[in-house]
Write a protein of this length. Structure first.
Length: 157
């Protein structure tokens, strides 16, 4: 899948629910492939790795203070890749990991494996939509199932 398609997928995921604050696609090594954010929920901001928008963001709501910086995001993605690798060791006994959610006080973070090398990473405003699992099961999973054949083919390139 070309980087533009990855980026389009992140933007599409953001459009599924206003409580999805950002969507990143990453390699299991922590390499950030694409990132789309909605910092103030009134203006969509998008970034491709290497083309980062560092302009000041006016009118940010208090939740945006919890957004990870680029460096924090890359560190978290790297750690998520490690956690995902640990979880994969249980697959033979328990089956595939569909997703995992880290419920931090400020912001739930969701990691969804796409294939053996890539995953999605999302931040969700739980004050706006407290049922994170419902967003995953009713909005994200159907989209990813619909796109799964294309994703699998393009991710393997």
């Amino acid at each position: 899948m070309e980087d533009d398609k990855f980026h389009d997928l992140c933007i599409h995921i953001l459009s599924l629910d206003k409580s999805i604050l950002f969507c990143a696609m990453a390699h299991k090594s922590g390499y950030l492939v694409s990132l789309a954010t909605n910092h103030n929920r009134s203006r969509l901001e998008t970034r491709d790795y290497g083309r980062v928008d560092n302009s000041p963001h006016e009118g940010l709501d208090p939740l945006s203070l919890h957004f990870p910086s680029e460096i924090e995001l890359e560190k978290y993605l790297y750690q998520s890749g490690i956690m995902w690798g640990i979880q994969k060791s249980w697959q033979k006994k328990l089956g595939h990991v569909r997703h995992f959610v880290s419920y931090y006080d400020a912001l739930p973070l969701v990691t969804i494996p796409l294939d053996s090398s890539h995953f999605l990473f999302l931040g969700i405003d739980s004050t706006k939509h407290p049922n994170v699992e419902r967003i995953i099961s009713q909005k994200l999973s159907p989209l990813l199932q619909k796109e799964s054949e294309v994703l699998q083919k393009d991710l393997s390139r």
